[in-house]
Design a protein around this ligand. Structure first.
Ligand SMILES: C[S@@+](CC[C@H](N)C(=O)[O-])C[C@H]1O[C@@H](n2cnc3c(N)ncnc32)[C@H](O)[C@@H]1O
Length: 268
């Protein structure tokens, strides 16, 4: 409770300050002089095409928001001390990616056309569906530690006939090294699991040696806490991370051989 109050206090001051700073730095397409970033902005940020897959995913979200079902959820933030019952509607409202960001993930995956995709943090599978539906031919691995959450996500994937998703259930600390041993290279990784500095840097460092040329790593909630922001600042400095883009909540890292290292803060 005391920790919760502390975080709420930190967020109240940290977020408005961060938002102001972001607005002052953020550029539009006209302030962008990189051909790659220009194309990315046009297709991913400015894109407004209503893809066929958007409506079924949002319909699923509304069904889950209206659900009375409760499931047991393991709390990894507290060091796996057991599980608590939570309403599915509450999980969806608090943890699932918002519509606008889900669409950005869809367009980004569509733009990058990755073959091997990894998501760290499935929850009930809303973000998984946005990304996997954009690339139906890709091998999509999604990881979740809470067994009943993963089971319900699996039902959601079946409902929306998303057949290219492979689920891995268990604590990332154990499952991530095992999963990475089975992969030759990564084209796309979405980090949306443990929103703390050390675990985020740890997962990033584990995935880094497998990053293919033209790969993208996406970090969600880079301003969730001062610790997450500090992890993002450290990640920007990674020498192989040639193009890094700050979209306020998402941090994007592109690995592009031969490109000059540059950082962008873009309006979104
Ligand atoms: C923010 S939610 C993911 C939301 C999802 N990507 C979406 O947008 O719909 C993070 C998920 O990561 C899982 N998680 C957090 N830490 C974990 C850990 N150490 N091992 C396994 N799962 C973990 C939580 O159970 C939770 O379901």
């Amino acid at each position: 409770m005391a920790i919760d109050l502390y975080f709420r206090g930190v967020k109240k001051i940290f977020l408005p300050f961060q938002y102001l700073q972001y607005l002052m730095r953020a550029k539009t397409l006209h302030g962008t002089h990189s051909a790659f970033v220009y194309e990315f902005y046009q297709k991913v940020i400015d894109g407004d095409h209503e893809y066929y897959d958007f409506a079924p995913i949002e319909h699923l979200r509304s069904m889950l928001i209206q659900s009375d079902e409760e499931i047991n959820v393991v709390d990894f933030g507290a060091g796996v001390v057991g599980s608590t019952k939570r309403k599915v509607s509450d999980i969806i409202s608090k943890s699932a990616i918002p519509t606008k960001q889900g669409r950005v993930l869809f367009r980004l995956a569509n733009f990058m056309q990755p073959k091997t995709m990894l998501e760290i943090g499935t929850s009930l599978g809303i973000s998984t569906l946005y990304q996997a539906k954009a690339c139906p031919k890709a091998n999509f691995i999604t990881m979740e530690g809470s067994p009943e959450t993963a089971k319900l996500a699996s039902k959601n994937f079946q409902l929306l006939k998303a057949t290219n998703i492979k689920q891995v259930t268990g604590n990332f600390d154990e499952t991530l090294p095992q999963v990475l041993k089975t992969i030759i290279s990564l084209d796309y990784v979405f980090f949306d699991g443990n929103h703390k500095k050390e675990p985020t840097l740890n997962y990033f460092k584990q995935c880094l040696p497998l990053a293919a040329d033209n790969c993208v790593f996406i970090l969600d909630d880079i301003r969730w806490s001062p610790g997450m922001y500090s992890a993002w600042q450290q990640i920007i400095k990674e020498p192989n991370a040639t193009v890094t883009i700050d979209l306020f909540s998402f941090g994007l890292v592109f690995f592009r051989k031969g490109q000059v290292k540059q950082h962008f803060t873009l309006k979104y």
